[in-house]
Design a protein around this ligand. Sequence first.
Ligand code: ZN
Length: 280
Amino acid sequence: MAMEEVFEKLRTLQNILSEKIKLEHEVEEIPKILVTQEELLSRLKKTFIDKNLEFEKCRSSEAEFRNLLEEALSMREKSEKNMDAVNTQREYEALDKEIRDAADKEQQYRKELQREERMLADLDEQIKQNTALIEQQEQDLEERRRGIETEVAGKKAQIEKLEEEERNLIPGLDPEVLFKFERIIRNKMGRGIVAIKGGVCTGCHMVLPVQFANLVHQGEEIVFCPYCSRILYYEESDEEGADYFDNEDTGSLADLDDMEDEEYDEDEEDEESTGMEFEE
Ligand SMILES: [Zn+2]
């Protein structure tokens, strides 16, 4: 296959892969928009449980005050009846005090009871609202889930179509080159094949050693940028023209040495670890 044909295929493949990677990313991200809603729902459910506990507690203390009130009432009534049988002033005073104490208690318990009743009504209202919110939220969530399922299914279908295009395109291309190419597109967000212009990689804007530039210009093999690992193809530069390749000063291997500590090394390590993953 002629080199220009290979480059053309790679450029087409680049578009397919970028689109596919974008879709894969979306398929992964879409369900995450539900997280906030799911959290809200679980908070509502927690509130529901808490309010119900509070309601039960309130109801038992309401019952307690109701009993106490009954007791105070019957105590007062009993004392009042006993008034008929009173003979002395002293007995009268004692009984009168009992009646007043019982009446005080009665009043106090009645107040407490009313307070608990108000609280119960309040809690009941809150629980009803909470229940309505939970139902609403569950319904919303269910609808959104269905919407998302449809959206994801659509994107997956698109991915499959792209993968088919990919399969049709790759025969005749070196699998190792393809592997590196796909990885670089994933890592560098989209571009795996770039032009070299005036001795500069248009992917990472590094000046390339003349040897590399010449190799790319000859177009006999696939050359990867030593800095950003992208596949390079030759493109005529407006400024320097073809005679750049006679100019020994523009770039040398010394440039490569200078840069080795940085991106070049990183890419090398990256390559090794990915290679190992593949063997497993
Ligand atoms: Zn580069």
